[in-house]
Write a protein that binds this ligand. Sequence first.
Ligand code: 5GP
Ligand code: MN
Length: 360
Amino acid sequence: MINALQVYKNYTFAKKTDMITKIIHEEKIQKVQRYIDKGNSFVIVSHVSPDGDSLGSSLGLYHFLVALGNNVSVIVPNDFPTFYKWMPGAKEIIIYEKYPEFTAKLIREADVVFCLDFNEPKRVGDMEQALLAAEGRKVMIDHHLNPADFCRVVISYPEMSSTSEMIFRLICRMGLFDMIDKETAECIYTGMMTDTGAFTYNSSSPEVYVIVSELIKKGIDKDDIYRKINHVYTESRLRLMGYVLCEKMKIYPEYSSALITLTKSELERFNYEVGDTEGFVNLPLQIDDVSFVVFLREDEDYVKVSLRSVGDFPSNQFAAENYNGGGHKNASGGEFYGSMEDAIRIFEEGLTSFNPNKWK
Ligand code: 5GP
Ligand code: MN
């Protein structure tokens, strides 16, 4: 129920936030609103190796839908780092890998499946078949380029800082700003903060800060959120970082590039846990003349590739051509099915053909 006071508050918010452009098309908002009004069971899914934004947007939407009295499940393909487990609602997240049949049934039978923070079905890994078999309506909310055609409603705006920002905008545009409570705000802020490297990239729009300001007014402690995510290293993780910087970072000055590699046995030596290498790929960018970094990490049956660039160099093209990947211009990834030696060779060959220096 929305009472007169809430209407008034919504009105004042709307006035105040004339600074927030109505980016999402009205007809998409209305469609999603209709799906929410009509549906009884909702599933929210996100990509493999969930990050702050996939979790933040999923849990933000989760709290909102639950507050509206709905039956909602959040499902992710595999486990996520411990430093996100404090997030409100994180305990309710169901991991597909642990319960493949149960989760596949939930996905298949839901009235509406929200696909958050990914643009193509293969980004959910082994959960892809279950997702494609969903009988309900699918809604994509995402900020990656080139959305694939597998959802009934596609809300895709690559200019957004994060999918979490889009969840904030969606709720506001439905006129339900007041339903964003502190917990929802914490989730949305986490996604915006982590997908922008704590507001150091993809975050130059003044509107990002109008939204952050509203989230702070909802009662979030932004510094505490930063610390809970970034200052929770184990001793071995910090030592692994030291080892990487000292021994495993190779600089290619003629290409303004850097490469980091870590094999399985090196990871084991430092008691590797999921999430331990998060952010490592950004470290070489702190060197004055480095504008492109590739990080190769040996996994069970492939080499996980993370790429970062600054400026115009399209790291996602490099990922697509060399490592079956994609993503954003400045932050992308891929998976390489081959040996570490081949992955390194391909990187070095790629440097000669792409030459990041040409993009400066
Ligand atoms: P990260 O290096 O943090 O794992 O990924 C950075 C970004 O690259 C992600 O937000 C996502 O857009 C993209 N990305 C990561 N891994 C893959 C992948 O295997 N395939 C594709 N297409 N994109 C990826
Ligand atoms: Mn994202």
